[in-house]
Unconditional design. Structure first.
Length: 151
């Protein structure tokens, strides 16, 4: 686990949703709080960049939410493919260097530091470009009529 770990204690207690306290091991305690931080981070990113949500697609009329069985993998794959296709269409409208940077960072999962070496610039420049490009992609997707923000 990265970051600052809590000090050693005699016992570790987690509060459940109904208010009851449960004593757990240190490992479970650390993992539980790490997952909470990860969840909070994902929610912040979702607010900042938007998410491809089923509600957004249902509002647009791309599918009927009630018809989808949440246990079925086929519908989930179809939704993912719809988002992927939308992103590809938006990427095609970007200048080639910008599209290549997004491809490296998100599809090839190249680290920002490695992308900076490839482009011959600093990490901060790559981070600024990434932020600008994601904003452009979001704008392009909105112009294409894609709501629900797949980015």
């Amino acid at each position: 686990m990265r970051g600052k770990k809590p000090k050693e204690r005699k016992s570790y207690v987690l509060r459940m949703g109904d208010g009851t306290l449960v004593e757990v091991t240190r490992e479970i305690y650390l993992e539980w709080y790490q997952s909470k931080r990860r969840e909070k981070y994902q929610q912040e990113r979702s607010r900042k960049f938007g998410v491809c949500s089923l509600d957004g697609l249902a509002q647009k009329g791309d599918f009927l939410k009630g018809d989808m069985d949440t246990n079925s993998g086929a519908e989930e794959i179809a939704i993912k493919n719809l988002c992927t296709e939308s992103i590809k269409n938006a990427l095609n409208k970007l200048p080639e260097p910008d599209a290549y940077l997004i491809y490296l960072l998100f599809y090839e999962e190249v680290k920002v530091k490695e992308a900076a070496q490839i482009f011959g610039c600093s990490r901060k420049t790559i981070l600024n470009r990434k932020k600008r490009i994601l904003g452009q992609l979001n704008k392009i997707m909105n112009e294409l009529g894609i709501e629900g923000d797949c980015l």
